[in-house]
Ligand binder design. Structure first.
Ligand SMILES: [Zn+2]
Length: 433
């Protein structure tokens, strides 16, 4: 997302600029704080060396306590700051430079440096250069997602080996929480994790829809979140579904997997090369190994398969014949965006409503170039406040938001679909769709 260069003339500075100004100053000072924290650490280590002490964890620990006491934060927080400052100053100085210019926020810097610290040094140069470009352009939530895709794509050449190693570490862990509650963490293949959540969600929705209380009986006041959790617990505790209403039985999971068409054709060097450039991904753009994707694509039910090459016969528009987009069209609009098309929003498209960008009442068409998924919150903002949106013509699905103060933000879809043009039969020219 960026400020659109084709801004109409506006009267700046305004109140938003006044906020931006001080936010920039905070970032510049935050960068200076990191520089000084690292300076303090190095001084203390040098001092210890001069006094003939061996540089051990004990010395580091003393520095940590000094910083924690001075800043009145926990030692854990102080340790995090020391490590962050050291990484910024010594390992990734371009990130520090960018923060000193207030081109990125401290949050962006932390996300980027944490990610860089966790990957193999061989990928540092690529990820640092492209990651910084993203950080200077995207809101932090979008940035985190795109950075993860960037890293995964860079590392996808070794995805299969890493997956096979990781899958041996699958496990489940209990974590006690307060007030008689607790967490069950299950670490497993992301495809199966999505399937569990999708099935429980499907069953919970069916249970809520089927809940027609008898006369005098108390209505079921549980939220979807509560019902979904109850479903998961019921199934795991005694595995019985006969306690659930008829409508909630026999529901299976649907998970969307996107596979590059070329990669699916044959198990050839060419298909493997295609998968390395553009790995198969599951909802939320998490790459999965080609072998896993192929297994899913081969199975008949339960998986929505989307190919990244448009298939012929795809429904792109039903004009004004119907308001509600046919499933294939809604699915394509969601697939293209992958997320809510609100600025910086991370809500998966599968949980969004499909918006007519030009209202149906204002003669908007039910067509791909007029549809975009929006979460409930952003759908409300778009319809009931002074924010306005428009789909940028022939952009393949980009949405331009205009704020009440006149600022414009461009939200790009995760994927592009080509803009198809059909020559009209009377030869009067090209018409989209
Ligand atoms: Zn949203």
């Amino acid at each position: 997302m960026f400020i659109d260069p084709e801004l109409p003339d506006q009267e700046f500075p305004d109140e938003v600029d006044r906020v931006l100004e001080v936010a920039g100053m905070i970032t510049v000072f935050a960068a200076e704080r990191l520089v000084r924290i690292d300076q303090m650490r190095r001084e203390a280590l040098a001092e210890a060396t001069r006094n003939g002490r061996v540089l051990t964890d004990v010395v580091e620990r003393g520095v940590r306590l000094e910083l924690a006491s001075a800043l009145r934060v926990t030692e854990h927080a102080a340790g995090g700051l020391l490590a962050f400052a050291e990484a910024m100053v010594h390992s990734f100085p371009p990130v520090l430079r960018s923060m000193e210019r207030a081109s990125i926020t401290e949050d962006h810097a932390r996300v980027l440096v944490t990610a860089l610290s966790e990957i193999e040094p061989g990928f540092h140069a690529t990820v640092l250069a492209k990651g910084l470009e993203l950080a200077e352009r995207e809101p932090v939530g979008t940035f985190r997602r795109k950075l993860r895709t960037l890293i995964d794509t860079a590392r996808s050449a070794t995805l299969r080996e890493r997956y096979e190693d990781a899958v041996t570490k699958r496990r489940s862990v209990i974590e006690a929480a307060d007030d008689g509650m607790g967490w069950l963490h299950v670490y497993g293949p992301i495809v199966a994790i999505h399937a569990v959540h999708a099935r429980a969600t499907g069953m919970a929705k069916a249970i809520r829809a089927a809940d027609v209380p008898d006369a005098g009986a108390a209505p079921d006041r549980r939220t979807l979140e509560q019902v979904r959790t109850d479903v998961i617990l019921d199934l795991l505790v005694d595995g019985r579904t006969d306690l659930h209403p008829e409508a909630a039985r026999g529901i299976t999971a649907t998970v969307t997997v996107t596979v590059p068409a070329l990669a699916l054709l044959h198990d050839t060097d060419e298909s493997r090369a295609a998968a390395a450039i553009e790995p198969p991904v599951i909802e939320g753009m998490v790459p999965i190994p080609l072998t896993v994707a192929k297994e899913l694509a081969g199975s008949a039910t339960g998986w929505t398969r989307v190919l990244t090459h448009p298939e012929t016969g795809m429904v792109l528009s039903v004009g004004r014949d119907r308001y509600r987009p046919p499933p294939a069209l809604a699915k394509l609009a969601r697939w293209r965006a992958d997320r809510c098309m609100g600025p910086g929003c991370g809500m998966p498209a599968s949980r969004c409503e499909v918006d007519h960008n030009i209202d149906w009442a204002r003669l908007g068409h039910t067509a791909l170039d007029n549809l975009a998924p929006l979460c409930k919150g952003h759908h409300i903002v778009r319809h009931h406040t002074d924010w306005t949106i428009e789909q940028v013509a022939e952009s393949g699905g980009a949405i331009r938001w205009t704020s009440p103060t006149g600022r414009q933000y461009l939200v790009e879809p995760e994927r592009r679909v080509p803009v198809f043009r059909a020559t009209s039969s009377n030869g009067t020219g090209d018409a989209p769709f």
